[in-house]
Design a protein around this ligand. Sequence first.
Ligand code: UD1
Length: 430
Amino acid sequence: MDKILIRGNGALNGTIPISGAKNAALPLMIASLLTSEPLVLENLPRLADVEALKSILSNHGVDYQVKGKRAGDDGMSGRVVEFQATEIVDTLAPYDLVRKMRASFWVIGPLLARAGEAKVSLPGGCAIGTRPIDLFLDSLAALGTELDIDAGYVNARAPAGGLRGGHYTFPKVSVGATHVMLMAASLANGETVIENAAREPEVVDLATCLNKMGADISGAGTPTITIKGVTSLHGATHRVLPDRIETGTFAACVAMTGGDVFLKNAQASLLQEALDVLEKTGVEVESGNDGIHIRRTGGDLQPVDFSTDPFPGFPTDLQAQYMALLTRANGTSHVTETIFENRFMHVQELARLGADISIDGQTATVRGVKRLSGAPVMATDLRASMSLVIAGLVADGVTEVNRVYHLDRGFELLEEKLSAVGADIERVSD
Ligand code: UD1
């Protein structure tokens, strides 16, 4: 199994290109199930999750073809890939495929909308809490879907004549369930209104793409989304938006080491709250049209308190990385996790590197230390893995991050991007 070795190597300087967003790419790929015509996605990141979803989708009848790289490719940019589901050949999403990635459960929406039925295994995914599916089931029921759960599978059937528009208020914000409703309701008969919808940029990206495919969606990015059902969708070309989590993660790397790095293609508006937290630690953030400069030229990092929240709040997917940063702050910070109930697994691994963190319920108290020291550590989930890399960038000695497959799920060309700005990081195979 691969591991990553990091040796603390001082400030980072240069340019890191930001990839297309994994969390936008996945629902966009799934949206290709809604039409028999080609959906061309530009700036698609090369990630294990994207590859896994390709094989899941091909099981349902989606062919894909790499069309090339975009113009001006710097060797670190995403690809152009065409997805086409001429026919839905299978409405079963089996356990073996779905358990690897929770997002593959989302095929339930387009399969129901286009084929009238779906049998989808209950999901797996990162071990960051129980992550139930009640919101998916309740919202799909509001479109007339008949649902039952049997032997680890959700059996879903649209009424005769297809899904019906409906009204659904989410009791809790869910990104995935909002994606599924957008896709399902796009082909329903009549109008659907979703309240307390997720406002994440990836939801807006999906709605924009669906509208290019002929859907009639308004209000994406606000809590109330209205979808007027249409009878069919057609092909389109869409560029995946930049990855705000990758942006925030590399920003935390530079904040940790000091230096001056330009995050090319990054968009500040996608992660303003996280950038504000970074500025409070004493880091300079300068955003422009084509990217964001992150600078720290001296002085201690300052402690800061923050709490995760649905967008536009601080993203839960950056919580671990910013906690790693605060382990070296000059004072005590408090980090509260409100989205997932078990998302502090990185704490015990950070402690192995010398961090001083205690947990009380949903809040972690992080007491800044003067020094971290390298040690073997275990990646526990996708984003938490990066907190160990960030700590390793300033730790004395060698930090050895095991279970690197977590990182490969969501960070494109990680070692290449960090090495290019001066980090001492390498991948080794056992
Ligand atoms: C997506 C992101 C993930 C991010 C999360 C929150 C992708 C591929 N993944 O995950 O990286 O951390 O949003 O921003 O885009 N919940 C229920 N019942 C449900 C569904 C969700 O209780 O039926 C709960 C979850 O357990 C969690 C909260 O709602 O506590 C938010 O989850 P949700 O927004 O659905 O996360 P995902 O879409 O799975």
